[in-house]
Design a binder for this molecule. Structure first.
Ligand SMILES: Nc1ncnc2c1ncn2[C@@H]1O[C@H](COP(=O)(O)OP(=O)(O)OP(=O)(O)O)[C@@H](O)[C@H]1O
Ligand SMILES: [Mg+2]
Length: 410
């Protein structure tokens, strides 16, 4: 029986970057996220948006901006390319001006400020320079920038959304030392507490807990985000994921035995993550297959895992452990993940502990430290679990990890 494909529509695979104008057309689903975002913001919560990498945070935020309520004036700033705290303040001003949130006069003032600060920073040791007399330090300039944004917003609530904030703080920590990084977080918190009609939301692919741990290791005792409410971004619903997969298949004119069945298969195997849906269809596109059927999709994922160059970026789940976890933790974390990847229903804590101890390099691990590692992996979205039962959060990540490392000898 041929089923109707009417409820699907072509969705272009290649889109370029998302913005407030194109988001309503490009971003599939996420209406629930958008309504939670604005409901919580209206209730006065500053939001910390959480999810694993590539879940679609940036895209979901742009949809929220596109669908902003009349009482809100959201401003989006991507901090990924910023390297120092002074540059952050400067680029924030520059971007506010570019997006029409700041007058030419205010922009001229910011340009002059940054020029003079930069001059002073030159030839100084990292993170240390004297602010020229009569010139505001970066923290004061940042506060003024936010107050200016509030003024420009008139009756509306000024909502500053910073994408990749944890990554920025991590870079400042590495480039300018932990004091500057901590001071930025403290200053942003102080601004949230003292500036009226101002709310903040931030997100990032790097967990803030990792950044804070680095600062704590350097003696920092602040709690700079304890006033922020976590807002989790989940995978797409099965229906939205199917809609997206079918849309890609249609727009790329990939012949399917049955469009809906193939789309359902892709939605399932990608764990509902739009980025993987896109990558699977993109992979299919490059294959000399005449007709795609649902049974082929499982093998497609396998081939995507094996494709040289790792086009879907799965390796990140492994390499980030070396990048962000202390050395003594990495081995134990990998052992736990290797063992859990062999069981799609997860394992009881005691069983996991026994198996981890079976491995010579983690022979002496004690229950407390294993539990702590599992909790860190949970904060980093690898795992879900409580004290007794643990498993991978996303089936697609479990499968990749198993293919990548799970078969290693204990
Ligand atoms: N709701 C959606 N509808 C359609 N495609 C989406 C959606 N969300 C994400 N995508 C696709 O997934 C890609 C990654 O999304 P996005 O950049 O928003 O993820 P992210 O969570 O911000 O990633 P990172 O953690 O790296 O910052 C996008 O470029 C887009 O192709
Ligand atoms: Mg992003």
């Amino acid at each position: 029986m041929v089923r109707s494909t009417k409820r699907f529509k072509p969705i272009p695979l290649a889109t370029g970057s998302v913005n407030a104008t194109n988001a309503p057309f490009l971003v599939i689903g996420r209406n629930d996220f958008v309504s939670r975002f604005w409901k919580k913001t209206k209730a006065g919560s500053n939001l910390h948006i959480l999810s694993e990498r590539r879940m679609g945070k940036t895209w979901a935020i742009w949809l929220a901006i596109a669908k902003k309520p009349t009482w809100a004036n959201p401003f989006f700033f991507d901090a990924e390319q910023v390297n120092t705290v002074e540059e952050f303040v400067w680029k924030l001003n520059q971007e506010m001006h570019r997006q029409g949130f700041m007058s030419d006069n205010a922009m001229d003032k910011a340009t002059d400020w940054f020029r003079r600060i930069k001059q002073r920073m030159r030839d100084q040791s990292i993170g240390k320079y004297e602010v020229p007399s009569g010139l505001d330090p970066w923290s004061k300039f940042l506060e003024d920038t936010c107050r200016n944004f509030v003024e420009e917003s008139g009756d509306r609530m000024a909502v500053l959304i910073i994408d990749e904030l944890p990554f920025l703080v991590d870079k400042i920590y590495k480039n300018q030392g932990h004091k500057n990084a901590a001071e930025l977080l403290d200053k942003l918190r102080a601004i949230r507490q003292t500036v009226n009609s101002f709310q903040m939301a931030f997100c990032g692919s790097l967990g803030m807990h990792i950044v804070l741990q680095n600062l704590k290791d350097n003696g920092y005792t602040g709690q700079p985000i304890n006033d922020m409410e976590p807002l989790e971004l989940s995978p797409l619903s099965r229906e939205d994921a199917t809609f997206l997969a079918a849309g890609f298949l249609l727009s790329e004119k990939i012949k399917c035995s049955n469009l809906e069945d193939v789309a359902v298969s892709i939605a399932e195997i990608s764990s509902g993550i739009p980025y993987y849906i896109r990558n699977i269809v993109n992979w299919l596109l490059g294959q000399p297959v005449k007709l795609v059927d649902p049974e082929m999709i499982d093998g497609t994922l396998q081939k995507l895992f094996d494709t040289p160059g790792d086009p879907a970026g799965f390796l990140y789940y492994d390499t980030r452990l070396d990048q962000y976890y202390p050395e003594d933790i990495v081995k134990k974390a990998r052992a736990a993940l290797d063992i859990l990847s062999r069981n799609n229903n997860g394992l009881h804590f005691n069983e996991l502990l026994n198996l981890v101890r079976y491995r010579p390099s983690t022979l002496t691990i004690d229950p407390e430290s294993l539990l702590e590692i599992l909790r860190t992996l949970r904060d980093d979205h690898y795992l879900v679990g409580q004290s007794s039962q643990w498993q991978f959060k996303l089936e697609i990540v479990r499968r990749w990890w198993y293919e990548h490392r799970g078969g290693l000898e204990l």
